[in-house]
Design a protein. Structure first.
Length: 69
């Protein structure tokens, strides 16, 4: 990931919070499968079981971070 432009307020806090939420998730297998499939396409929303679904869907809808060409 590379910053796409201006700094995102509280991005570090959001990322740390999401990381800790993922660590406590019980859907590890489903998530790994979703991430594997998502790398081959451009998903627009998080899976229904995702505890970080709202945040992830927000990133997918309007990426705050993206790779530079």
């Amino acid at each position: 990931m590379e910053p796409a432009g201006a700094p995102v307020p509280r991005f570090g806090h959001m990322l740390a919070s999401a990381f800790h939420t993922c660590k406590s998730c019980q859907s590890v297998t489903e998530c790994k499968e979703w991430l594997s499939a998502a790398s081959a396409k451009s998903p627009t929303e998080a899976p229904h079981y995702c505890l970080n679904g709202e945040l992830l869907s927000e990133f997918l809808a309007e990426p705050l971070m993206k790779k530079e060409p």
